[in-house]
Design a protein around this ligand. Structure first.
Ligand code: DCC
Length: 253
């Protein structure tokens, strides 16, 4: 019964144009218009099925360094820009980010109710501001690309004073996965290829640039480069392969 309700809700959200922040929501740039602009130019959850609005983790908080805030302001200003092609607004959008998109997203038949209630998006599961992943993604729908401003907190340490490779892989998976989802709808990561070129200092702010390489049938290929905030140093480059799925795939259907 729960499974059927979950599937029904997911399908309804897709039909109604649920603007995603997780695996299940989607917006195909090739097939539909992005939602009407909001005052802060963020994409919005238009069909949020719960009474209280979810917290948007991609907004500034007290842990953000001046560099993080500067880059946020820079890309936010691009979201405000007007272009001739799009008379009123440019191609940039800030994507909101929540720690759970669908409380019904069970992740499979066997997830207990306790787990279901406690499940959280991996990158947003630590409440202490600045402790782990502080990031905000800006999408450029014309260029089919996005940039993520990422500040790596103290809980992400790998080599002393530097960011863990798994944490770097996580942010790459999240950013490339987000772009693939916006471009192709519901997808899952099939393959990630990562080259670690230079270590990322803990607490620093880096840019995660992602762009569409190609779409072949169900396969969407995304490239990614992690650079210093001034773009001068390459930390990591990667490619990701995402395979389109039916949402029932996530529910064991
Ligand atoms: C806004 C959002 C916010 C979202 C914010 C959060 C974003 C977080 C993003 C995190 C995303 C994840 O971590 S996802 C979690 C990690 N990933 C997973 O758990 C996926 C587990 N794997 C699977 O479920 C499956 O293997 C699939 C769905 C990937 C593919 O299975 P399938 O549907 O049966 O498809 P299949 O026929 O095997 O393959 C389809 C085509 O893809 C190719 N293919 C499949 N796998 C591979 C592979 N590893 N390497 C190369 N090619 C492959 C096949 O050759 C075939 O090509 P051809 O013959 O058609 O040419």
């Amino acid at each position: 019964m729960m499974l059927r309700q979950g599937l029904h809700l997911v399908r309804k959200l897709y039909r109604d144009g649920f603007k995603l922040t997780g695996l299940a929501g989607r917006q195909s740039l090739g097939q539909a218009q992005l939602p009407a602009p909001q005052p802060d130019r963020a994409l919005t959850v238009s069909s949020w099925p719960f009474s209280s609005p979810p917290r948007d983790y991609s907004l500034p908080n007290e842990s953000w360094t001046p560099e993080m805030q500067r880059l946020y302001d820079h890309y936010s200003a691009l979201c405000e820009a007007e272009t001739e092609e799009e008379k009123k607004r440019g191609p940039w959008r800030r994507l909101p980010s929540y720690n759970r998109t669908l409380k019904y997203a069970t992740g499979g038949r066997c997830l207990s109710k306790v787990l279901q209630a406690k499940a959280r998006l991996f990158t947003r599961n630590i409440e202490e501001p600045g402790a782990s992943f502080e990031y905000v993604v800006f999408l450029n729908k014309q260029e089919k690309s996005c940039v993520c401003v990422f500040q790596a907190g103290h809980l992400l340490e790998g080599p002393p004073g530097h960011v863990h490779g798994g944490a770097i892989a996580t942010i790459i998976d999240s950013v490339t996965g987000t772009l693939a989802t916006y471009l192709s709808g519901p997808v899952m990561t099939a393959n990630l290829n990562i080259n670690y070129r230079s270590p990322i200092p803990l607490g620093s702010v880096v840019l995660v640039h992602s762009a569409l390489e190609k779409v072949e049938g169900r396969k969407t290929s995304i490239s990614c480069r992690v650079t210093s905030s001034d773009g001068g140093k390459l930390h990591t480059d990667a490619t990701g392969l995402f395979v389109s799925i039916n949402v029932g795939h996530l529910f064991g259907a």
